[in-house]
Design a protein around this ligand. Structure first.
Ligand code: C2E
Ligand code: CA
Ligand code: CA
Length: 639
């Protein structure tokens, strides 16, 4: 036996490599079974662990072979040594690629690192190979004596990669959060320390072990996804990643979203039995389903269709079971089932989709979303996009916003001299959109006040034109939302728009609806009083719908009360209603509010409303809403 080999053997103990292999196996088991954040970088991490295991195994085999040098073919020694080198340096290269991904470097700024690392990899392996071939590095001579002087290649290569990674992290430190930088610094320093101590003792056992440390750091910082131990749910980010992976791998999933308003808001804990129920439902009906906690009270369960081919029946069983146990909990819920849709961009988009459905359905309903719901969502999303664009452009002349008008018949003058402005949107992809569709969206997305300004501006401009052309325009009313009222600059904006149009203030009226909310009531009162002096008129819109408080209305100095079409209809069907409506109208008239009836469709409606103290009449009987320029067909020309 060769003395050199014996001495070498003493400098190596397989303990560290066995430990590395064992740890790699543990990682593999964890990765397979635990929910780990499987983003694109995750693939690199898997390769890092794989190549490290290869390096460790090769290193062990190499040292065992060295022990029996002469009895094993030399080729085997060269081969295991080469695999060890290739394994470790590929690992280092992968760390660079990994860092590039995590930092989110784009193609251009990431590419140099890739090439530098590749060049390093080839240079190191080239010098090792050449050294062996030319017998100036590691080689075994014919007497089975091992030569390995000078042997700097490994150390130089190792240092090269460590420096490259440190430089890379330093130059791109803005891409990392502080904690990650600290952990990279710490794992690298501990690795270098181990290498140093190893050198002091002329040891070679712990080199591969230093490669483990960064994996711990990465798994912990980048891929950890803490479970909610109680419910077994994982986080929203994990959901987003899952969808990303599913999209790139063309996997099909089925989703079940459940929303319970009671637990909305961070930190609100589910009671014990709900936690248990969630765990039960996630394991009982589907194979390998994962539950994601999207926000307080909102969970999405995801099931792989491949593993659950009968997902449709399974979800039906689940529902039946749920409805059986539900009476025990009595907590309001909204449940939405849905599959994947190609048009949905990513996980965030699915979350917005399901939120959109939640908003649209009442409590305690279950919806199986189909193409129709997705279509609706995309239409809604499109409208939101256009509305936000309208706000951003801030152009009062925006051609997407149209003013339609419905002329109003005045009983006193027997003429059409007032009108109500009604908004329409004309959007490139959908054509005309009606207010019952877009007003609620605009209010939710805080776009309404821009629309109101545009309508007011365009209406004033048209009033000016009509007046200049000699038409008898008493006034045109514009609908305002309570959100408009909440704007601090409400009064100045209105006064400035009407002022700039160069028309008298009394030519404009503002229609408001009642508000249940005490604060809004006070606000409306202040606003009306602030503007009243300028001459602007105020209408109370939709009287008779929902909540009407006669006393409170009397506190507000409205000029006109608009009786809703539902009162017109009811008074035609039911004698008691007729008495009630008639009395209400008379009461308003007696205290000097003018009464306008909305939704007059026929002669019968007209006659009845005239008998019930009407001052103005509005409805399809006279005209449907028409483009504002068409008012010339109804208004009288006097000039
Ligand atoms: P509203 O203010 O009560 O407007 C009256 C609605 O009743 C209009 O619907 C009108 O077309 C309709 N209507 C008029 N006469 C009749 C009739 O004889 N029979 C029937 N069945 N309906 C009639 P439109 O234009 O679709 O507007 C719907 C609602 O959207 C409006 O109800 C108003 O609340 C809102 N809206 C419209 N334009 C604006 C606006 O510029 N700003 C704001 N904030 N809301 C607006
Ligand atoms: Ca109105
Ligand atoms: Ca109305």
């Amino acid at each position: 036996m060769n003395t050199e080999a014996i001495q070498y053997y003493e400098n190596y103990t397989p303990v560290a490599d066995v430990m590395v292999i064992a740890t790699c196996i543990v990682f593999a088991v964890l990765i397979y079974n635990a929910y780990i954040n499987k983003t694109k970088t995750f693939l690199y991490l898997k390769f890092i662990i794989g190549t490290l295991a290869v390096a460790s195994v090769s290193n062990m085999l190499y040292h065992i072979a060295m022990n029996y040098i002469g009895s094993v073919p030399n080729f085997f020694i060269y081969f295991t040594r080469a695999m060890y080198f290739i394994g470790l340096f590929t690992d280092l290269w992968l760390y660079v690629l990994y860092a590039k991904e995590v930092m989110g470097l784009d193609k251009k700024s990431g590419r140099p690192y890739f090439y530098i690392a590749a060049a390093g990899w080839f240079t190191i392996l080239f010098f090792e190979t050449v050294g062996t071939a030319l017998h100036i590095g590691f080689y075994i001579d014919k007497d089975y004596v091992v030569h390995r002087e000078p042997n700097y290649v490994f150390s130089v290569g190792y240092a090269f990669f460590i420096i490259l990674i440190l430089v890379m992290v330093f130059l791109n430190r803005k891409h990392f959060i502080k904690q990650v930088i600290i952990s990279i610094g710490e794992t690298v320093s501990v690795s270098i320390l181990i290498m140093f101590i190893q050198q002091l003792h002329n040891q070679f056992s712990f080199t591969t072990a230093t490669f483990l440390l960064p994996i711990y750091g990465l798994l912990y910082h980048i891929h950890s996804n803490p479970y909610d131990i109680e419910t077994g749910t994982v986080s929203e980010q994990a959901f987003i990643d899952l969808v990303d992976v599913a999209k790139s791998k063309h996997q099909e999933y089925y989703f079940l979203s459940m929303y319970m308003q009671d637990f909305e808001g961070k930190g609100r804990k589910y009671p014990r039995d709900i936690q248990r129920a969630v765990r039960y439902f996630s394991t009982r009906f589907f194979k390998a389903a994962t539950i994601f906690q999207i926000s307080g009270g909102h969970m999405i369960m995801v099931a792989d269709i491949k593993l659950n081919p009968g997902y449709k029946e399974q979800s039906q069983w689940m529902l039946d079971e749920f409805l059986k146990v539900y009476p025990k909990y009595r907590i309001d819920y909204k449940i939405v089932f849905f599959g994947m849709d190609d048009r949905i961009a990513d996980g965030n988009d699915y979350i917005s989709f399901v939120r959109y459905i939640h908003d649209a359905i009442p409590q305690n309903t279950i919806v199986k979303a189909q193409k129709r719901e997705f279509d609706e969502y995309f239409r809604n999303k499109y409208i939101v996009g256009e509305l936000q664009d309208i706000v951003e452009k801030n152009d009062y002349e925006d051609s997407r916003v149209l003013v339609y008008c419905q002329p109003v018949y005045s009983i006193k003058t027997g003429k059409f001299d007032t009108a109500e402005a009604l908004m329409r949107l004309v959007l490139p992809e959908t054509g005309m959109v009606y207010p019952d569709v877009f007003i609620p969206i605009a209010e939710r997305k805080h776009c309404i006040s821009m629309l109101t300004k545009i309508i007011l501006y365009k209406t004033c401009k048209e009033i000016k034109k009509l007046l200049d052309e000699g038409y008898n325009v008493k006034r045109i009313s514009v609908n305002f939302s309570v959100y408009d009222m909440r704007e601090d600059s409400f009064c100045e904006t209105i006064e400035s728009i009407i002022g700039k149009a160069d028309i008298p203030f009394e030519k404009v009226a503002i229609e408001l609806t009642e508000s249940q909310n005490e604060q809004d009531f006070e606000l409306i009162k202040t606003r009306i009083n602030e503007l009243k002096g300028s001459g602007i008129k105020f209408y109370l819109d939709d009287f008779g719908t929902g909540y009407s408080n006669f006393e409170r209305i009397m506190e507000l100095p409205f000029d006109i009360v608009k009786f809703d079409r539902s009162l017109v209809i009811a008074s035609g069907n039911d004698e008691r209603y007729r008495t009630m409506v008639s009395n209400l109208a008379r009461m308003f008239r007696d205290v000097h509010y003018s009464v306008l009836y909305e939704g007059i469709e026929n002669d019968d409606d007209e006659r009845r409303c005239i008998d019930m103290s009407a001052r103005y009449l509005q409805g399809y009987k006279y005209s449907r809403p028409i483009p504002i320029e068409k008012l010339t067909d109804y208004f009288e020309k006097i000039g």
